[in-house]
Design a protein around this ligand. Structure first.
Ligand code: HEM
Length: 311
């Protein structure tokens, strides 16, 4: 196997591993385990290896160890990209951005612990931290996806620079980030103030005396349905342009994931957001975002009649 192919395989594995670490991070939040190591970072409760750790210490510690490995793996990929790809090659830039967002992800994670924006802290500032965390995670997933796609093409791949793709995909990125941030606030509301029944949940959403997170929770489905409309329009617009097989498949996948996510979102509300459903909903949000990035990387400018081909 050529070394650039081996690099692409390692980049794909890193993306899958990172998604698993992200899901574990959601489990830390959903199980109120963010203070499992106290307000210590990088040490856990002041020591490197806690003796007789509680369940929440184990949940938090596992997240720290697995995300630390994620950073090391990304740094190794960056060194490998510098060695394997010539100066100016897109894969080098993608690897650099991956390492940048992996580092900022670790810093946001450390900030959450050091400023105690974890466990049952209901402060408004926590919502801003969660929003920053979600946006950084999505940018990190985009950079990792770019790295693996670019490594598969001898000449590398960059995001399209034409006016139409910039507007269409830039708009879609803003939409998904906005939907995601509103979802992160909804998730915080569900974690801190779990509803005892659907009727109670709705009553809390509409009550003027409820906590801000509960009053904001209601907006996520509204924003998500409007945003989904834009994503489905984008997928349909790409399909109408008579694209090659890869863009057609990705466009259909994007549309299907969006519809699936709405169904899962409705189920999430109906089932009062159990942890397994929160993780599934987040997994499909990550998948939707990655497919959008793949589409942006494989879409030719309108009217060019070409699709991206491996060289
Ligand atoms: C394209 C559509 C959607 C996207 C991309 C999306 C994305 C997200 C994200 C990223 C979260 C935060 C997950 C976490 O941090 O653990 C979330 C939470 C949530 N979403 Fe959505 N969502 C979508 C549609 C919907 C719809 C239509 C509904 C309801 C009708 C819904 C209901 C919820 C609920 C109840 C939560 C909080 C519980 C949880 O974390 O799962 N979502 N969403």
């Amino acid at each position: 196997m050529r070394s650039s192919n081996r690099f692409a395989v390692a980049a794909s594995a890193l993306l899958v591993y990172t998604i698993a670490v992200v899901l574990w991070g959601a489990l830390v939040r959903a199980s109120l385990s963010g203070d499992g190591c106290g307000d210590h970072w990088p040490l856990c409760n002041g020591v490197a290896f806690p003796v007789e750790p509680s369940t929440k210490t184990l949940v938090e510690l596992t997240h720290r160890v697995t995300s630390g490995l994620c950073w090391i793996w990304t740094a190794v990929m960056w060194f490998a990209a510098i060695r394997l790809f010539p100066s100016g090659h897109a894969t080098r830039s993608a690897a650099g951005w991956s390492l940048f967002f992996m580092t900022t992800e670790a810093l946001v994670g450390a900030g959450l612990v050091l400023f105690r924006m974890v466990a049952d802290n209901p402060s408004t500032a926590r919502a801003a931290w969660m929003a920053a965390h979600l946006i950084n995670t999505f940018l990190l997933l985009a950079a990792l996806t770019w790295m693996l796609v670019s490594a598969r093409h001898r000449a590398g791949v960059r995001f399209p620079s034409g006016t139409w793709p910039r507007r269409a995909f830039g708009g879609a990125a803003v939409v998904v980030l906005f939907v995601g941030v509103s979802g992160a606030v909804a998730a915080l509301g569900d974690t801190l103030f779990p509803a005892s029944s659907l009727v109670d949940g709705f009553r809390e959403d509409f009550s003027t005396t409820s906590h801000l997170f509960l009053r904001l929770r209601l907006w996520h489905p509204v924003i998500a349905v409007l945003g989904s409309g834009y994503l489905i329009w984008l997928a349909a617009a790409l399909l109408r342009r008579d694209p090659g097989a890869s863009v057609r498949n990705l466009g259909l996948t994007l549309g299907s994931l969006v519809v699936l996510q709405i169904v899962l979102g409705l189920l999430n509300v109906a089932l009062l957001a159990p942890v397994w459903m929160q993780l599934l909903h987040l997994l499909i949000a990550d998948a939707t975002w990655i497919v959008l990035v793949l589409l942006a990387l494989s879409s030719p400018p309108p009217g060019s009649g070409a699709t991206l081909v491996a060289s």
